[in-house]
Design a binder for this molecule. Structure first.
Ligand SMILES: Nc1ncnc2c1ncn2[C@@H]1O[C@H](COP(=O)(O)OP(=O)(O)O)[C@@H](O)[C@H]1O
Ligand SMILES: [Mg+2]
Length: 504
């Protein structure tokens, strides 16, 4: 595993201080112990706030004297001469204390040219500024398929369901990707208890449990969208682009020599189908859709908490990959970051920085699909060429597109729509967004329903006439957005020629 190798290289290269972010202490300890066995062998000591320093594998009462206080523990570590790895498990609440920081810096200085390393293990990343230059932060990855396979095998053995097809096994494993080892164990056990066996039929139980668990973390959300690409009117260029990449995450595409798509940004006028088309891509590509709520990433309660939230969410997304990471209205997350950089202590620009770094460096097949309504809020780096594979601009629908949108929404509500004259409707709703078209239609239906009759062409026209579209009420903003996007983004509708004709 890459992570184990990295950790082992750092230890052997005598990095004095490593910060390991994980909530899975047991797994991480096992990894550390395994690498301590390599030459030159090192002893492993674990510090907890309850027992002080205990040698790994020893009973907890075999503690080093008077090492419960963090300062004393670090001091003890400094006095050691033999090669060792010193794991501190509960240090993060104390790490901001000046004494602890000082002791850690002293330790780092005293480690020079010795085989000693301190590993700070914590579910959250909190590094004081004084240590920022000295510490290297690593994320301990969630279990991979091979490791989950051990968990599953154990569970199968316990339940004595030994005969599982290779296919069923693979599906059960894939369904648990993204969970910690403990969570996977629980989920398999629950599936087993629920239906008395663990076969392909139980994959759904595992999946729905996983969705529950992901929901509990509160930042990522599993979205199931029933609509398909066909329920989006217009946006032909964008649809074409998406269809072309339907198999972009397959092994075949890699063998062909294609790079993995990184992500796309959809900018544009509100209510024109940005969110809708992003959601339907999940079906089109057959990949799970995970919504990342940037608003919930922010947490002012503790320094570094927001970053940890983001990293956790991204890590979960990676472990479920291939997947689509949907960040709707990403501009909102940066509302506070431009102009008033210090309004939140720089948190949003830090978050934004770590997100960009992640996008830049990620190798796992997580496709980022971001939408934005207000481009002026987005930091310039975001839109620089190469960040996203493509930046699309979704404009107000053209008359042909409006016709399609009307067709789609009428057909959703009535089986036979031949009584409607779509061309006439399209004429009266010039400047309407898709959402406004839908709303006008629904309003017309309410009107007729209240009078206990079927709705008609005239009802719709009346309803359209009564609507003041955003393109009129916010004319300036919409025009500015279009001017801006014209130079920087690719139009989502059919052709550039038609796009430039679209003035109002
Ligand atoms: N191009 C379109 N085709 C069909 N329906 C649309 C279209 N654009 C908007 N709608 C309708 O309006 C709703 C809101 O659109 P949405 O995708 O949320 O807009 P945006 O994200 O661009 O603000 C959609 O769920 C859909 O019902
Ligand atoms: Mg939207």
């Amino acid at each position: 595993m890459v992570m184990k190798e990295e950790l082992s290289i750092l230890v052997q290269a005598q990095y004095p201080l490593i910060y390991l972010v994980t909530s899975e202490e047991e797994r991480a300890e096992q990894t550390i112990d395994a690498l301590a066995q390599m030459k030159p062998t090192r002893k492993v000591f674990i510090w907890t706030v309850t027992h002080g320093i205990v040698e790994y594998g020893q009973p907890r009462n075999v503690t080093q004297h008077n090492t419960v206080s963090p300062e004393a523990a670090v001091e003890w570590v400094i006095r050691q001469r033999d090669p060792g790895i010193f794991v501190f498990k509960d240090l993060h609440p104390f790490i901001d204390s000046p004494a602890v920081t000082r002791w850690l810096r002293d330790a780092i200085a005293s480690f020079k040219d010795t085989q000693r390393t301190i590993i700070l293990m914590s579910p959250v990343q909190t590094v004081p500024i004084e240590l920022e230059k000295e510490v290297i932060v690593l994320d301990y990855p969630l279990p991979d398929m091979a490791e989950l396979n051990q968990v599953l095998s154990q569970q199968l053995e316990l339940s004595r369901t030994r005969r599982v097809t290779t296919e069923a096994r693979e599906k059960l494993l894939k369904a648990a990707l993204g969970l910690t080892r403990d969570e996977a164990e629980k989920v398999y056990r629950k599936a087993q208890v629920t239906s008395g066996r663990l076969t392909e039929a139980e994959v759904d139980i595992v999946l729905s449990e996983k969705k529950q668990l992901i929901r509990r973390n509160g930042i990522l959300e599993y979205i199931e969208e029933d609509e398909t690409l066909d329920s989006v009117g217009g946006l032909e260029e964008l649809k074409h682009w998406l269809r072309q990449r339907s198999n972009a995450f397959t092994e075949r595409a890699r063998e062909y020599g294609l790079p993995q798509p990184k992500g796309m940004m959809i900018l544009g006028v509100p209510g024109c189908g940005k969110s809708l088309i992003a959601k339907t891509t999940s079906r089109l590509w057959g990949l799970p859709l995970l919504r990342l709520d940037m608003g919930r990433v922010y947490d002012g309660s503790m320094v570094g908490r927001s970053e940890a939230n983001l990293r956790n969410a991204l890590r979960t997304a990676e472990s479920i990959s291939p997947a689509i990471l949907f960040i709707d209205e990403i501009d909102k997350a940066f509302a506070g970051s431009t102009g008033s950089a210090d309004s939140d202590g720089g948190t949003s620009s830090r978050i934004f920085g770590s997100f960009l770094t992640w996008m830049q460096e990620k190798t796992s097949p997580v496709f980022v699909m971001a939408t934005a309504n207000r481009v002026e809020r987005l930091p310039g780096e975001f839109l620089r060429k190469g960040r996203f594979d493509e930046i699309f601009f979704v404009d107000l629908p053209s008359s042909d597109e409006r016709k399609e949108i009307f067709g789609i929404h009428l057909a959703k509500r009535r089986e036979d729509i031949s009584r409607f004259d779509l061309d006439q409707l399209v004429m009266v709703c010039d400047g309407f967004s898709g959402a406004e078209i839908e709303q006008a239609l629904v309003a017309a239906m309410y009107e007729a329903f209240a009078q206990d009759r079927e709705f008609t062409q005239l009802d719709i026209i009346a309803s359209i006439r009564a609507t003041l579209p955003l393109s009129k009420t916010m004319h300036e903003q919409v025009t500015a957005l279009r001017d801006w996007a014209r130079q920087r983004a690719r139009p989502a509708a059919s052709s550039v020629a038609e796009y430039q004709r679209l003035e109002f």
